[in-house]
Design a protein around this ligand. Structure first.
Ligand SMILES: [Zn+2]
Length: 493
């Protein structure tokens, strides 16, 4: 048996905060703006003499995140300049936080949080290949060469960006590590949504996940660290980490661990593999120093932290526990409500109308499998009123309609919100528990299907289900299947 390798993962997650204006100026913070370079001003374009002003709302948002993950909110905090040159940072430095982050510590899912700090986002650097430029008729006179050229959109420059860094966690195996990292990112996204501080849409780059990965034979000693980037969905977080860990473990097993080098790797969605983007140059010196144009902050004086803590909304984990305790429904159902806030609210309204825990479970089942199933194929399907939906569940639970009829009525009320009892009465779909009436149909079907009856009598017990189906169809779904089966069995003895 080969040696065992333990994967270690640390995460760095950036999330653009939802504020009206940018971090240090009054430009609009609009991630959906399509036109380049319209939300810009002398401050975010770094014109000489322009001075930044702190956006208090952004600080408040980061404090909320800190309170939600039970981190420590700094008493003293400040901004620093992180100096480096790149075309997407107009100032030649990024305003970030170094020594005194807003939040230290905290915990979420399987990870301990090291810190949460605030910085400004960079501009968007867009590269246009030569072929694409010709395609849209851009004149070669503009001087693009073989490689095409890059254009910069500064709308995003200076947008408030939260960065959360976790402590490294060592896992037992690659699969568990990859799943845990992906669940962490998902849980953080939920918290950001519940707090209303970020849209955190990964596909749109509003939330960006980077994973620092290493493997080691020794749980106490970390191996060479590789950083994986370009992860724009939870699935790709999981797949990229799993791929990278498998790659590193394979190299180690083959005695080629010197081929694991400190580098940044991207995720190739098409090829489903990681690839080397750049080898780590000798450690970068950002020459951090406190930003002289911004005041230092005393958060305990500037914010009423106790009040903010009390006013936090119910968070995903608390909601899970409450749903489990109050409704006793399945974990998968609970997740549907955690992920879809509106659906959860609707479910809770329905539960008020229901008589007992059994009905609540039935209702939840109809919501998560049937209603969500309909919604997948019919975009015009809407949540009916909680009262009408509860009435449907009452009818099914009291055996007044069959589950087949219930599904049919559900398909109607998601298009037109009506009383299920009214529909069932008008279309005579109420269950015929009246044995006499059902018996007439059962006798008719038996008479009409001698071959099936013969097959059943010859010992093929499953054949009875075909008769049950025919009886139910004949009754337009209103016959109670349990009663039908019993009658058929009695009749065919
Ligand atoms: Zn601006």
């Amino acid at each position: 048996m080969g040696k065992k390798y333990y994967p270690t993962i640390g995460l760095e997650i950036h999330a653009e905060l939802k504020t009206n204006t940018k971090m240090f100026c009054s430009c609009k913070n609009d991630p959906d703006e399509k036109k380049p370079n319209v939300n810009i001003c002398p401050v975010c374009m770094a014109h000489p003499g322009a001075l930044p002003v702190i956006n208090k709302k952004a600080i408040e948002n980061v404090i909320k995140v800190g309170l939600a993950i039970e981190g420590k909110i700094a008493d003293f905090t400040e901004f620093d300049r992180k100096n480096y040159f790149y075309p997407d940072i107009p100032k030649g430095y990024q305003i970030s936080q170094y020594k005194y982050p807003i939040v230290s510590g905290g915990h979420l899912a399987d990870f301990d949080v090291t810190r949460v700090h605030l910085e400004e986002d960079t501009a968007n650097n867009k590269h246009f290949p030569e072929a694409q430029l010709r395609g849209v008729g851009v004149s070669p006179k503009l001087g693009f060469g073989e490689e095409g050229y890059s254009l910069i959109d500064f709308n995003r420059a200076g947008v408030p960006l939260m960065e959360l860094v976790t402590e490294p966690v060592t896992f037992e195996d690659a699969e568990k590590a990859a799943k845990s990292a992906s669940s962490f990112a998902k849980e953080l996204q939920l918290i950001l949504w519940y707090l209303g501080v970020s849209e955190a849409n990964m596909e749109k780059g509003e939330m960006r996940v980077e994973a620092n990965i290493s493997v080691s034979e020794n749980k106490k000693k970390l191996g060479t660290k590789v950083e994986v980037k370009n992860l724009n969905s939870f699935k790709s977080v999981e797949k990229a980490i799993k791929f990278e860990l498998d790659r590193m473990i394979k190299l180690s097993e083959d005695g080629k661990d010197q081929e694991i080098v400190q580098e940044t790797r991207g995720w190739d969605e098409g090829g489903q593999k990681t690839f080397s983007q750049r080898k780590k140059e000798s450690s970068h010196d950002y020459r951090y120093f406190p930003e002289p144009d911004l005041p230092k902050m005393k958060l305990h004086e500037a914010f009423d932290l106790e009040k903010m803590k009390k006013e936090l909304p119910e968070l995903p984990q608390a909601k899970r526990l409450r749903y489990k305790k109050d409704f006793g429904i399945k974990d998968e159902d609970i997740e549907s409500y955690i992920n879809d806030f509106e659906l959860g609210k609707w479910f809770e309204e329905i539960a008020i109308f229901l008589k007992n825990p059994e009905e609540v479970k039935i209702a939840s089942n109809y919501i998560t499998s049937d209603y969500l199933g309909i919604k997948k194929t019919q975009t015009e399907a809407r949540l009916p009123s909680a009262g009408n939906f509860a009435e449907l569940i009452n009818l099914v639970a009291d055996n007044k309609i069959s589950s087949r009829v219930a599904k049919d009525i559900l398909a109607m009320i998601v298009l037109k919100d009506e009383s299920p009892l009214k529909i069932a009465t008008e279309k005579s779909l109420l269950q015929k528990n009246d044995e006499k009436e059902v018996k007439t149909i059962v006798e008719k079907i038996v008479k009409e299907n001698p071959e099936v009856v013969a097959t059943y009598k010859a010992g093929k017990e499953n054949a009875i289900m075909s008769l049950v189906g025919k009886v139910i169809k004949e009754s337009k779904g209103s016959a109670n299947p349990q009663i039908v089966i019993k009658m058929l069995k009695d009749l065919l003895k």
